[in-house]
Design a protein around this ligand. Structure first.
Ligand code: NAD
Length: 475
């Protein structure tokens, strides 16, 4: 059994209460992590406040050098981090390895980005010098989910550190290990103690204590709409700015003139990567009726050929995160059976090589009513909902008919049609003849509608973690 400690002020801190960490590939507990109390979280914030002053006063070159070095150490420890990420999430080894590489890239990218990021001068008249400068918030709070624990931590924490904030992060209770490893590694790379603190624990306990602490100047939350709403309320009480990276029900929209050879493997990956537990998963297939039959047949045969298994066998598809998540996914599929056509999948897998792991078959459901729960709700599993359309206007209407607006993919060989879709689809990212920009570290990301607000990733991701001060100097 692995025993872990929270990281506060550069020190390993244990707590009386603990939380079990389960390996989703086997269903067995393999680690314990502290369940930090509100008082322990408050202590971390106070320590971060003290550390933030020295950190914001370091030169940009110094901050960038330390951040860049952490990224190098992440790559040095790639095998170790890959192993932990695969074990706690159940994701296949090669996906976990890719997540570590993306994590390292965040450090490299923001080390460079902050070195060329500055304010501007505003030419009002010759008697006045007006300039702006970016300043940190002080201490930023970060709450992250279990699906991409390490890379989402980096996406949120690294631009904040680069901007000169100190951070307190609470990882998801299911996946605390790589956050703690990353925190320890940052200290080794020269990050001053107290600049990055990790408090493990429950959402209602440690998480709520973090987002309501008066010492927090900005909150970055990635997770579900429900929790995002409650954190937004807590932030509104204190008028603290928030970034909300929430859920999605993103479509791939396939026109009759699309290159299907190119589209099919990408669409399959967009829903099966991480067993569908991806905020930007391509969970809906909106397909022109002329190519509907062919698309469904091709995707069904690919789904059926997927190798499913424990993370360490490096299959195509690993387990879901928990028994509860699997039961939730299955309930969605069962609810749709009466009115839609489950073409493949729809079963939980157990016994044999699946043992007590939380495995679920890749599932394609055809003829989904866009107004139904299958067509509207985020399932967060390997379940693709298929609906047909006839015209571009109908495709736009279907694409925009959910409460979400995170990502969309458009598949067509007609350039004008592609750009018209980019204009009309309501989503934070629209891909044309592709889906998901690889790691996407450099590309602004975030939601419209209930998928959230604020942007992370790219240079844009720095802005949320700073605030502009304007100086007006009479000459
Ligand atoms: P969740 O909202 O249940 O939990 C996310 C985090 O919030 C966890 O760390 C949890 O402990 C914490 N939390 C729970 N209640 C809290 C409270 N009252 N106060 C403070 N913190 C609290 O989400 P999840 O099940 O871990 O993740 C799945 C969801 O995350 C999906 O909806 C998915 O779409 C979304 N997600 C979005 C993005 C994005 O970038 N838009 C990325 C990944 C996941």
């Amino acid at each position: 059994m692995r025993q872990t400690a929270a990281l506060v002020g550069g020190e390993a801190v244990t707590s009386g209460a603990t939380i079990n960490v389960v390996d989703p590939s086997t269903g067995e507990v393999f680690a314990e992590t502290p369940d930090c109390s509100p008082a322990e979280v408050a202590n971390a914030v106070v320590i971060a406040q003290a550390a933030s002053i020295g950190w914001r006063n370091r030169s940009v070159a110094d901050r960038a050098a330390i951040i860049r070095r952490i990224g190098h150490f992440v790559l040095r420890d790639l095998p170790l981090l890959t192993e932990s990420e695969a074990r706690q999430t159940g994701k296949p080894l090669r996906q976990a390895r890719r997540d570590v590489e993306i994590t390292a890239r965040y450090f490299d990218f923001y080390a460079s980005a902050i070195e060329t990021f500055g304010g501007e001068t505003i030419p009002l008249n010759n008697d006045t010098l007006i300039y702006t400068r970016w300043e940190p918030h002080g201490v930023t709070g970060h709450i992250v989910p279990w699906n991409y624990p390490m890379s989402i931590m980096a996406r949120s924490v690294v631009p904040s550190l680069a901007m000169g904030n100190a951070c307190v992060l609470k990882p998801a209770e299911e996946t605390p290990l790589t956050a703690l490893q990353l925190g320890t590694l940052a200290i080794e790379a020269g990050l001053p103690p107290g600049v990055l603190n990790i408090v493990t624990g429950t959402g209602e306990g440690a998480g709520a204590a973090l987002v309501t602490h008066p010492g927090i100047g900005h909150i970055s939350f990635t997770g579900s709409v429900e929790v995002g709403r409650s954190i937004s309320h807590a932030a509104a009480e204190r008028l603290v700015p928030v970034t909300m990276e929430l859920g999605g029900k993103s479509p791939n929209i396939v026109f009759a003139d699309a290159d299907l050879d190119r589209a099919v493997p990408v669409i399959v990956n967009s829903i099966l990567q991480n067993a569908g537990q991806t905020c930007s998963a391509g969970a809906r297939l909106l397909v022109h009726e002329a190519v509907h039959r062919e698309m469904v047949d091709r995707i069904v045969s690919r789904f059926a050929a997927m190798v499913i298994g424990p993370a360490f066998e490096d299959p195509d598809l690993g387990p879901l995160i928990s028994a509860a998540q699997r039961a939730r996914v299955h309930a969605f599929v069962e609810s749709g059976r009466a009115n839609a056509d489950v073409k493949t999948g729809g079963r939980m897998l157990s016994g044999g090589k699946f043992g007590k792991g939380f495995f679920y078959e890749p599932t394609l459901i055809d003829g989904v009513d866009p107004a139904s729960s299958l067509g509207q709700d985020e399932i967060f599993g390997p379940v693709l909902a298929v609906t047909t359309f006839r015209t571009l206007d109908e495709a736009v209407e279907l694409a925009n008919c959910t409460d979400y607006g995170l990502v969309a993919g458009v598949w067509t060989s007609d350039l004008a049609k592609a750009h018209r879709m980019v204009q009309q689809v309501v989503a934070g990212q629209v891909f044309v003849n592709s889906y998901g920009a690889s790691g996407g570290v450099e590309v602004p990301f975030g939601g419209f509608k209930r998928s959230g607000f604020g942007r992370e990733k790219g240079v844009e991701g720095l802005r949320g973690f700073g605030q502009i001060k304007t100086a007006v100097v009479a000459l």
